[in-house]
Design a protein around this ligand. Structure first.
Ligand code: TYD
Length: 201
């Protein structure tokens, strides 16, 4: 099973992914904990380039680098793991590209859908948790952190990213589960656990 976690920076995806991975492992299943961009040696190198404040990257190059990192991760790790019937949990996937590069950077929606399809060779998550928080909550949570290149994109950019996630989640309600992630880690975790069949038997 392939499960992804999406949302704006500070929504708590990484924490929730770790907790859910622990619970699935406790049931005796093999779980891969991945993040995008990243997860392979090449994709982690691309991540460093993408997030470095020293990099000057135009919007199209940024989009292509995210897709290159994704293509490598899908073929090296995700697809083989799914074929072995293992669990794959990924912190972000192509929905982040639609939200950040599509809505945030305002690149062509059609080109992004096409590139997402090419990079994944048609692979889609079975389930996507969208951890929804407001920009105010995101700002409070990230107050003491050093911001990477993308996090420095400004309030209007993040408003567009947020509306992008809302749009794609509402338009694919079969795959997406929208989780109110404004409250405590435990409360959010309960809501996610409820929606994963294997954790409710
Ligand atoms: P993330 O791992 O959530 O950052 P952090 O470790 O700081 O919490 O994601 C890295 C950044 O990359 C984040 O700002 C979102 C951005 N991103 C895109 O813009 N497009 C994409 O396709 C992906 C996967 C991430």
């Amino acid at each position: 099973m392939f499960i992804t976690f999406e949302g704006i920076d500070g929504c708590g995806k990484s924490t929730q992914l770790g907790l859910i991975a622990d619970l699935i492992e406790a049931k005796g299943f093999k779980v891969h904990r991945l993040r995008e961009p990243g997860g392979t040696s090449l994709s982690e190198d691309i991540r460093n380039i993408l997030l470095s404040n020293k990099s000057k990257i135009n919007d199209l190059a940024e989009l292509l680098l995210f897709e290159a990192a994704r293509a490598n991760l899908v073929e090296e790790i995700i697809r083989p793991a799914i074929e072995r019937n293992e669990f794959v949990l990924c912190d972000r996937f192509f929905d982040s590209t639609t939200a950040y590069q599509g809505f945030g950077r305002q690149l062509s929606f059609d080109i992004i859908q096409e590139l997402n399809l090419i990079a994944t060779n048609g692979l889609k998550p079975d389930l996507t948790f969208y951890l929804k928080i407001s920009l105010e909550t995101a700002n409070i949570r990230s107050h003491n952190r050093i911001h990477d290149r993308i996090e420095k994109s400004g309030r209007e950019f993040f408003e567009r990213v947020l509306s992008g996630f809302d749009f794609i989640a509402e338009n694919d309600s079969k795959r997406f589960i929208i989780i109110d992630a404004e409250h405590s880690i435990i409360e959010t975790n309960k809501k996610i656990v409820d929606k994963i069949p294997i954790l409710n038997v």
